[in-house]
Design a protein around this ligand. Structure first.
Ligand code: 13P
Ligand code: SF4
Length: 336
């Protein structure tokens, strides 16, 4: 980090995705970020998969639904989104007049990338009588082609809010879609997308962990494959899993989602034990390479220089706004 001067860093931002400016190693980044937030009336929204330091400086940490709701109600002038691109995009769609910053513009999402809008448009044309429900982990282009957006915490309620005989296309996550089909008895047409992180968990290694920790409860995110979900004691969004561990009478959990969430779990239940589920490779835990592109240094720099900023096409923004608002309306009706 920090190889070029400020002017060159600004010029290079499109290529690098972030401001590559050297940060003084003695700077108290926590204090500096707090100062800048006050001075600029900025808010830091962070997802649970962010590194612990970022979670600790955030004004709000949450799952995708909570983050969208916070983005909708914030009165800050600047939103720093410590998450991935589609999350910052959602904040911008809801707040066109606010400045939305993302510490690293290259923080993408494999699931979102699995649904290119041009291909999805052709797919949708094959099912003219179907409504489209899209998981929030998709680009604004896909949102603009959708009728309602959902997240992992409200997907079931959103599907159930539609008449039982309403044909539905569910995109882009086939695992979440299959799970919701199973829960609701529907037969939604599924787009063939998946999250690289959640597809990588090893059923065999989780089963071995279960043998070593017979008291542990397996808690899993619905982006995991069906075989993993079948052995889970509870399934839910990151916030739902976190709440489950807080309220549970059990003390040990095998956590089958991205490891960032363990920071809040351990913080909120210091006497309980959290074991990250291992992926299908030589690593012991499973980090999202996109989420982990953001760092505390990049967050500080983007707040200081107000770059990189998320900008978007106004036509797509307007088309993508209605399905997000529908999700927020239905969620409010159910008290979510
Ligand atoms: P939630 O936090 O909404 O459960 O989503 C998980 C995820 O994969 C975000 O990228
Ligand atoms: Fe996308 Fe998966 Fe990373 Fe979430 S964890 S941002 S769904 S790649």
């Amino acid at each position: 980090m920090g190889v070029i001067n400020t002017a060159a860093a600004f010029e290079n931002i499109g290529k690098a995705g972030f401001l590559d400016i050297e940060v003084d190693a003695d700077l108290d980044l926590f204090a500096e970020i707090e100062r800048l937030k006050q001075e600029k009336n900025a808010v830091v929204l962070a997802h649970y998969y962010q590194e612990p330091d970022i979670q600790d400086v955030a004004d709000y940490i949450g799952d995708s639904l909570g983050l969208a709701q916070q983005a909708q109600r914030t009165e800050a002038d600047i939103i720093v989104f410590a998450g991935v691109h589609f999350m910052a995009e959602t904040a911008k769609i809801l707040n066109p007049s606010k400045k939305v910053l993302l510490p690293d513009l290259k923080a993408g999402c494999s699931l979102s990338d699995s649904a290119p809008p041009a291909l999805f448009k052709l797919f949708k044309e094959k099912y003219p009588d179907h409504l489209v429900i899209s998981y929030i982990n998709c680009s604004a282009g896909i949102k603009a082609l959708s009728d309602i957006i959902c997240t992992s915490s409200n997907a079931q309620k959103i599907v159930e809010s539609l008449p039982a005989d309403q044909p539905i296309i569910f995109a882009p996550d086939k695992n979440l879609g299959a799970y919701i089909n199973k829960q609701t008895g529907r037969n939604m047409v599924l787009w063939n997308g998946a999250c690289m992180v959640h597809e990588m968990f090893s059923l065999e290694k989780i089963n071995r962990l279960k043998v070593r920790h017979p008291q542990a409860k397996v808690i899993a995110h619905p982006e995991c494959e069906e075989a993993v979900l079948r052995i889970a004691d509870t399934i839910g969004s990151t916030t739902q899993l976190l709440k489950y561990t807080e309220k549970s009478e059990f003390n040990e959990f095998i956590v089958v989602t991205e490891t960032g969430i363990l920071h809040q779990m351990q913080k909120n239940s210091p006497h309980k034990t959290f074991i990250p589920a291992p992926p299908n490779n030589s690593c012991a835990c499973n980090d999202c390479p996109h989420m982990k592109l953001n760092t505390l240094e990049k967050l500080y720099l983007c707040l200081e220089y107000e770059q990189p900023e998320l900008v978007m096409d106004e036509e797509i923004r307007i088309a993508a706004k209605r399905p997000i608002e529908r999700m927020l309306e239905i969620s409010a009706q159910y008290g979510l």
